[in-house]
Design a binder for this molecule. Structure first.
Ligand SMILES: Nc1ncnc2c1ncn2[C@@H]1O[C@H](COP(=O)(O)OP(=O)(O)OP(=O)(O)O)[C@@H](O)[C@H]1O
Ligand SMILES: [Mg+2]
Length: 247
């Protein structure tokens, strides 16, 4: 692993560690081979970390462990000093928000407003607070005009923004976004990138992406290959030099 990252880790105190993965291994079924292989990694407060890597390397599988959607079979995940388990994963899901690549995986209501309000309602917040959060989230991703629309009529990109707003409305301290710019038009993409960047002022963000424009914003880049973290870099340039120098 890259020595620069060891230096970076020394700069952070234990209070800055938001999420720790210890020796995590996972397979989807007994007949299948391991999809995650002895992964250990730490994520730091208010940092924007990118996870990149080839298709099938295990990025989405790893992120699904970060809020207990998948439970570890071997190893541990500790988030905000709590070890994720079957018992506490509902609580953890209020602190850790996952935004999936395919928005259809996380849209449940016919109306946009209700869909974005679902998370905060589930948290049993007062009605006024729910309304404020929904309005703010819609504004943050610039889709206030879609508020009264039916979700099933939306374009793919619009659905992605609604899904993102739904997670934002829960105000998680840690957000993990899987391919947030795929399907987003080049007119909207700069704004989307700006939104992701601005999120890090208040939160810790992990973004899974192959999009170079997103990678350039990273405080840190992790490279996954075949179920392992093969590289840990402090800038896109460093990542690019090491990963693509032999091509
Ligand atoms: N529900 C599942 N059941 C069985 N195997 C699965 C399941 N989901 C993923 N896999 C397998 O696990 C491996 C890792 O998949 P994963 O989706 O985590 O990769 P990824 O790095 O996110 O890829 P991509 O860049 O294509 O999104 C792949 O070989 C995939 O076929
Ligand atoms: Mg994936």
């Amino acid at each position: 692993m890259n020595s620069l990252v060891d230096n970076q880790i020394e700069e952070f105190s234990n209070n800055d560690i938001i999420l720790e993965v210890h020796d995590l291994s996972f397979r989807y079924s007994r007949k299948q081979s391991l999809v995650l292989k002895n992964i250990s990694v730490k994520f730091f407060r208010n940092n924007l970390t990118i996870i990149a890597g080839p298709n099938g390397s295990g990025k989405t599988t790893l992120m699904k462990h970060f809020n207990g959607q998948l439970l570890s079979q071997q190893g541990q995940i500790i988030v905000f000093n709590k070890q994720i388990s079957k018992k506490n994963r509902r609580e953890i899901q209020k602190l850790v928000g996952l935004v999936f690549e395919n928005p259809d995986e996380q849209m449940f209501f016919p109306k946009v407003y209700d869909d974005v309000a679902f998370g905060p309602k589930n948290m049993q917040l007062p009605l006024e607070e729910i309304q404020v959060r929904v309005e703010n989230a819609l504004e943050e991703v610039q889709i206030t005009h879609l508020k009264e629309k039916m979700t099933f009529n939306l374009s793919f990109g619009e659905k992605k923004k609604v899904a993102l707003a739904g997670i934002l409305a829960m105000r998680p301290k840690l957000m993990i976004l899987d391919e947030p710019t795929i399907g987003i038009d080049p007119w909207t993409k700069p704004r989307m990138i700006e939104t992701i960047r601005s999120l890090t002022n208040k939160r810790t963000i992990v973004v899974i992406t192959h999009d170079v424009d997103v990678m350039k914003m990273a405080d840190r880049l992790l490279l996954m290959k075949q179920g392992k973290i093969e590289g840990d870099f402090l800038s896109f340039n460093e990542f690019q030099q090491q990963e693509f120098q032999n091509r």
